[in-house]
Design a protein around this ligand. Structure first.
Ligand code: MN
Length: 316
């Protein structure tokens, strides 16, 4: 079994349960109950699953949407800080096994920058995870430049996690099985990342670092097309879009445990830009770990994706 760092492993803190529950309305009650138990546990069951998967360290993040569903900015800022303190307390009990991503309320950009700095400097978190848009505001919004400025200065990675779109696309009407993680979230989250690229955010903040799950939300597969169409539409960027995706974005394999897209992501972005994640408890960490151990790739690449890349990139 190859040793692994897992980068998209979720938990829930007491103050954020009420934001999470509404996302589970279509899931059978016993499944929700089981997920809640797993999200709330930092002891035996989580560690046992990690051990069986060969995960030596898990970077924990809130199970969304968290405070991004909060309408009141001050409440969101306060609850995000509480969640970060809660996570820091859990990490302190098992510092060799757990790391953390900050939960950030972007409703108040200056406070968001300050909280990111507190989490990275004082709580030693390895970046922030933001659950997509916040009431329709995406991360390329100019109001959030102070947040990006600070993230860049801190060298803190911002991981965009999927969320539901502002309004569901009509093409998915009547086919509920295509909503959310099947297809809808990939388009929503890939589009979010492309907004950052096409808006010129990475020209303004060239050292800003972004992470995407789910093998890059299809972006690695489409680099050529982005460049070709950017030329046609005369997009004003210093570099072709694909170059920002290679330079500013890293991806994890969360929820896509297949060798073909892994090889595509590695070929498209570089062998140091793809990292392991299970997406616990929404995916089976043991299955993810077993796949990582047995995927048809060469051994040095396996070790890099499973452990070395995350260790270097996030300083874990
Ligand atoms: Mn996830």
């Amino acid at each position: 079994m190859v040793k692994k760092i897992a980068l998209e492993e979720h938990f829930i803190s007491p103050g954020l349960i009420d934001y999470w529950r509404p996302t589970m309305t279509e899931v059978p009650a016993p499944v929700t109950a089981q997920l809640f138990k797993q999200l709330s546990d930092f002891g035996e069951s989580r560690l046992e699953s990690m051990d069986r998967a060969g995960i030596v360290k898990a970077a924990l993040s809130i199970s969304g949407p968290g405070v991004q569903a909060e309408r009141d900015g001050a409440t969101a800022t306060r609850k995000a800080a509480e969640a970060n303190d809660f996570l820091a307390g859990q990490i302190q009990k098992k510092p060799d096994r757990y790391a953390g991503f900050a939960h950030i309320a972007v409703q108040q950009p200056k406070a968001a920058a300050d909280e990111l700095e507190r989490c990275v400097r004082d709580l030693k978190f390895c970046g922030a995870m933001i659950n997509g848009h916040t009431h329709g505001q995406y991360l390329d919004d100019q109001a959030l430049y102070p947040f990006w400025e600070r993230a860049e200065a801190l060298g803190a990675t911002v991981y965009i996690h999927p969320t539901d779109p502002v309004s569901p696309a009509p093409v998915l009407d009547g086919v509920p099985a295509l909503r959310r993680a099947t297809w809808e979230w990939g388009f929503e989250t890939g589009s979010h990342a492309l907004r950052l690229v096409f808006s010129g955010l990475f020209d303004r903040f060239p050292k800003a670092k972004l992470a995407l799950g789910h093998m890059g939300e299809t972006l690695p597969y489409l680099l050529w097309r982005f460049d070709s169409r950017a030329k046609l539409y005369n997009v004003k960027l210093a570099k072709p879009p694909s170059q920002y995706i290679k330079d500013n974005i890293v991806v994890t394999v969360s929820g896509v445990f297949a060798a073909e897209p892994l090889r595509c992501a590695v070929d498209a972005l570089g062998r140091d830009r793809v990292m392991f994640a299970a997406d616990y408890p929404f995916e089976d960490a043991v299955e993810a770990g077993h796949w990582m151990d047995s995927a048809a790739i060469e051994e040095s690449l396996r070790a890099d994706v499973a452990y070395n890349n995350a260790q270097k990139f996030f300083g874990l």
